[in-house]
Design a protein around this ligand. Structure first.
Ligand SMILES: [Fe+2]
Length: 404
């Protein structure tokens, strides 16, 4: 596993906005290939460095007080249900931190089809996590309360207004609005899908997200390496080009978890109204002692794992209109004898191409790339899984990771 991807001054790997046309016959399929590869000249100006956004940057600062919700985000649960997630209370960082009681703030979402009229209410779960570094001079972190509510009974292709929070305090959010995906079928597709990888939290990340917002997506695929909080020491400070080079004597690969909170605020204006589907990258591993990994990633995001028959939040699938998306985990077992492979096989077998003609898969590190530092890094995963994806005729694959 590569914990030490070189620092990427340009944190943006790619943004691909794909527009699925209603008339699928106009779109060539892999069955008509192979095609001549289409490449585009690289814009060398993008190679310039980009400073990290400071924690007191307006886009990262906490703008609510008390137990009012912040870092609000959406993720598709099914065509008729949606995950709503948010954070309340203050995270702590220091030598001695005390975890908040997740039961001290309720998890409620009020929603309905008309602004200000919330005909449905749903309750959910809350949790906290800690990132602990029991080493001299290192600081510990414990999160605010992280809430996840699955709202259901939604109609496809419909706009919903919602508030989240705890009405008993009272501390409900402002009203937000989202639109559910169109119904599954060969003639209905999300209007625009943004695919983003290796985003980070720099001024280039800001440019990237401005570009995404300008293109008005109705769904976001976030293909790993989200915050780069692991480029920092626990005492914070500016990011470094290479953690292991800058801190060769560090007892463990440190992280600065408040960057995750900053990232949640940075993303909120978009992902509180457009669902974001995440998959883990190497920068999400964030090891703690006793083999604890991925704590922040697993605690902060809801994904439709259970909904898609997966027993792990590291891989799952979902439908959006006539597309079946498969999100694969590259940093968990992918062997053909393992549980992810068994799940993938069953999921692929269950795909009805008359209902979802398009089959799209995504995972963080690409199986093919010419970047010397990552060359054939995931050749083992390719050897285990590629034949299965060909067998079921996956149309498009998206990855990140190769960002310098
Ligand atoms: Fe990566």
């Amino acid at each position: 596993m590569n914990y030490f991807t070189p620092w990427i001054p340009v944190t943006i790997f790619c943004i691909i906005i794909i527009q699925i046309k209603l008339v699928t016959s106009q779109i060539p399929t892999t069955l008509k290939g192979p095609f001549k590869p289409v490449t585009r000249k690289f814009d060398s100006s993008l190679r310039r460095g980009s400073d990290d956004l400071a924690m007191d940057h307006p886009l990262l600062k906490k703008n609510v007080t008390g137990n009012f919700p912040e870092q609000i985000s959406l993720a598709i649960s099914s065509p008729t249900s949606m995950w709503v997630s948010w954070v309340t209370g203050d995270a702590q960082i220091g030598s001695n931190v005390t975890a908040l009681d997740p039961a001290s703030v309720a998890s409620e979402v009020w929603y309905g089809k008309e602004s200000g009229k919330y005909t449905s209410k749903q309750k959910g779960n809350s949790t906290v996590y800690s990132q602990l570094y029991p080493f001299e001079g290192l600081l510990n972190y414990t999160s605010g309360i992280i809430h996840h509510v699955r709202i259901d009974g939604l109609e496809p292709g419909t706009k919903y207004y919602y508030k989240c929070g705890d009405s008993s305090i009272p501390a409900m959010s402002e009203e937000h609005v989202f639109e559910t995906s169109p119904p599954s079928g060969p003639n209905s597709y999300p209007r625009r899908i943004a695919v983003v990888g290796d985003l980070g939290l720099t001024s280039n990340s800001s440019t990237t997200m401005d570009h995404v917002v300008m293109n008005d997506p109705s769904l976001i695929l976030m293909v790993g390496d989200l915050t780069y909080a692991n480029q920092y020491r626990t005492i914070g400070g500016k990011g470094v080009p290479c953690f292991s080079c800058a801190f060769p004597d560090a007892p463990i690969r440190e992280t600065y978890q408040p960057r995750w909170d900053g990232w949640g605020r940075f993303m909120e204006p978009l992902i509180s109204r457009v669902p974001m589907m995440v998959i883990e990258g190497n920068h999400e591993i964030e090891p703690q002692v006793a083999g604890v990994t991925f704590k922040s990633y697993l605690t902060r995001f809801s994904v439709p794992a259970e909904e898609s028959g997966s027993k792990s939040n590291f891989y799952y699938s979902f439908d959006a209109g006539g597309i079946h998306f498969i999100m694969l985990g590259a940093y968990v077992d992918y062997n053909s004898t393992g549980s992810q492979y068994a799940w993938l096989k069953e999921d692929l077998h269950g795909v009805d191409r008359t209902r979802t003609p398009w089959l799209v898969a995504a995972w963080h590190p690409p199986w093919y790339n010419s970047y010397s530092s990552h060359y054939q890094e995931f050749e083992c995963m390719r050897q285990e899984m590629e034949a299965l994806l060909y067998q079921y005729r996956v149309d498009i694959v998206f990855s990140g990771h190769e960002s310098c």
